[in-house]
Design a protein around this ligand. Structure first.
Ligand code: ATP
Ligand code: SKM
Ligand code: MG
Length: 298
């Protein structure tokens, strides 16, 4: 990160040349897509922008119209401003905060979020709720159910609650109503679970970290544990289950999985604790997870 001298004012205006601007815009589109676990094909389908044009844009060679940018942002439930200008916003203090934060890397941003949360978010009420987060195949369901049994508390699978609420499968919800609708259901159902259960083990969907409002609610109202594994193990475990949801229709599944994990890791890392399941048996992972969970709920 470049150090600013003490008297140097934070840059308020972009001084980027058009090529650099378009390259960064491409990076932002790719990162936003990866955080949501959307393949380029899915984003093309949901936005109505061709896969070929998205590839061009992501490599910094596209110069989209505002309408095209709007279609892309909308399909990812973002504002055009968020996508086009990370320093956007009308409040000068907010613009200054964003400009201070923008050169930080993922780990530094997570630290900044923690500091801001401590200072401004008020007291959190996590009760005896344990929430498991992590990429597909991390073991959130398998280990979560076993942990709940050991602790003698209910096991709640957020995606199942969403399916009951919507009245169809997550796959149908995504294909019929799109990602933004899914994220709205996810937010509402999670809020309900956190309100209804004083003690529980909650297994979340891998993409919960992509919606800041929902993820912040989870971090504040449950003890969160990030279940980790290597990219190869995530892939192998999901393939063994015969379910390719986030990787569906994607020819470059492993590359995408790595990109998703890389984009989400700083967000998953905001969990209160993490348990690494890489190279472990289920039994060992369960023992580690149970110890960690007991440490958090006291
Ligand atoms: N050490 C381990 N820890 C966790 N799971 C393991 C381990 N070793 C093997 N597995 C297997 O990996 C799979 C994990 O799948 P599981 O459905 O629990 O993951 P998940 O995080 O709930 O995924 P999804 O996001 O798709 O719901 C299970 O079949 C489990 O038996
Ligand atoms: O990792 C993801 O982006 C997802 C994981 C699933 O659990 C579902 O929540 C949905 O398919 C999205
Ligand atoms: Mg699961």
């Amino acid at each position: 990160m470049r150090q600013r001298t003490q008297n140097e004012a934070p840059p308020r205006r972009s001084t980027l040349g058009i090529e650099d601007y378009l390259a960064r815009l491409g990076d932002r589109v790719r990162a936003a897509r990866a955080r949501r676990g959307m393949s380029r094909k899915i984003l093309a389908r949901d936005s109505g922008v061709s896969e070929r044009y998205l590839a061009q844009l992501e490599s910094g060679r596209g110069n989209p119209s505002v309408a095209v940018l709007h279609q892309i942002a909308d399909a990812m439930d973002m504002s055009v401003m968020e996508l086009a200008d990370p320093h956007g916003g009308t409040d000068p203090a907010l613009a200054e905060i964003l400009s201070l934060l923008s050169p930080l890397d993922g780990g530094e941003l997570a630290e900044a979020a923690r500091l801001l949360e401590q200072r401004f978010a008020g007291s959190s009420t996590r009760g005896n709720r344990i929430a498991l987060i992590g990429l597909r195949g991390a073991g959130k369901t398998t280990l979560g159910r076993a942990l709940a049994e050991k602790l003698g508390v209910p096991f709640i699978e957020l995606n199942r609650v969403i399916e009951q609420d919507y009245g169809a499968s997550i796959g149908e919800l995504l294909s019929l109503s799109g990602q933004p609708a899914f994220r709205r259901y996810e937010n509402r159902c999670l809020n309900q679970i956190l309100t209804d259960y004083e003690e529980a083990v909650i297994s979340t969907g891998g993409g919960i970290v992509a919606n800041p409002e929902t993820y912040t609610m989870l971090l504040r109202r449950a003890h969160t544990i990030w279940l980790q594994a290597s990219p190869e193990e995530h892939m192998q475990r999901v393939v063994e289950q015969g379910d390719m949801r986030p990787m569906e229709q994607n020819r470059e599944a492993m590359t995408d999985l790595r990109a998703i994990l890389e984009a989400r890791a700083p967000l998953y890392d905001r969990a209160e604790a993490n348990v690494d399941t890489a190279g472990e048996t289920l039994e060992t992972s369960l023992t580690k997870l149970t110890e960690t969970a007991r440490g958090l709920i006291g």
